[in-house]
Design a protein around this ligand. Sequence first.
Ligand SMILES: [Zn+2]
Length: 327
Amino acid sequence: MSLVKNLIPESQYSTKCPYSMQPKGICIHNTANDATAINERNYMARADNLNEVSFHIVIDDKEAIQCIPFNRNAWHAGDGGNGQGNRNYIAVEICYSKSGGDRFIKAEQRAAKEVATLLKQYGWIINNVKKHQDFSNKYCPHRTLDMGWKRFLNMIQSELNALNETSTQTPPANSVGGIKVGSKVRVIGANYATGEVVPGWVKNNTYTVQQVNGNKCLLGDIVSWVYAKDLQVVSVGNTAPSTPKPSKRYLNLKSHMQRWAIYNEKGPYTTPYKIGDLKPAMFGGLSYEILGNPATDVYIIQTKDYGKVAIWAPRDNDSSITNNPIY
Ligand SMILES: [Zn+2]
C-alpha cells in the first residue's frame, strides 16, 4: 500500500535476521511503548544494538516502515531459534500501544491496510494472520487483544475485500509496459515488489512472465511478483515464433571484368539474346542484390540503366556471392 522501505544496515543482519525465510504468514505485535515507527526502526538499526529482537515492519499513525527483507527471518515470536513464528512469519509491530488513544487507533487501521496488502500480494487469506500469543505465551499484541482480536481480523478482512473489489472492477490487464504473459524478461530493477534485494543469480537469468496484475508481473521459477518497471523484456510472449528473415544475397562482379552480358529477365539467357553489357571494371567492381534465380547460375538483379535483368554468372573467379555487397 504505502510501505516505506528503510532496511536496517546489512551489518545488522547477522544479529537481527540471520536466516533466509520463505514467509508463511504475518505475526501481529504491539510495541508496548510509545515510540514512533521511525524511532523503533532506528533503534533496531543501531550498530550497538545486539539484542536478538527484531521485526519486519513497524507501523504508527503516520507511516509503515519495512526494516527487514521478507526473505529473511526476524526474532519476535518468542518461540526459539527454530520456532514457527521466528522462522516463518513476517513480524508487524503496531506502535503507541502503551498509551493507546487516537494515534494507536490510527496505527492499527494503517496496520490492517498493510497486512491486507501483504495477504493479497502473497495470495494468502485471513488465516495466515497470527498473533504473537499463538506462538508463545506472551500476551501480545496486548492492546489489540484488549480491544478485540476478532475485531482486528475483521478490519483486515474488509481491507482485503476492498482490494479484491478494486482489482475485479478493473479488467485484469494482460500486458504492462510491453510485458505480456509469456514474455521472457530479465530483472534489472533494484527490488522485488515485496521489498527483497534482488540476488545476482536472479539478475543473471531470464524468466517467463506467468501473470500480469496492475503494474506487477509474476515471474516463473522464482515465483515472485516484480514491478514491471524493474523488468527488461528479452522477448515478447504470445506471438508465434517469427521465422527468421531470409538474409539477402549479393552477386559481386569482380573489377577485372570489362564487360558482362545481361539478358531479359525472362530469357533466353544466351549471347545472341543479350540486351546490354554491365561494365564492372569501370566501377571497380559491381555488386547487386540477387532478386531471383530462375536457372542455374542465372540471377535476377536490378540495374540502374536496364532495370530488372538476368545475368549469367557461373561459379568461377569472375564473380562471387556473399551476404553483403563487396562493391
Ligand atoms: Zn509481540
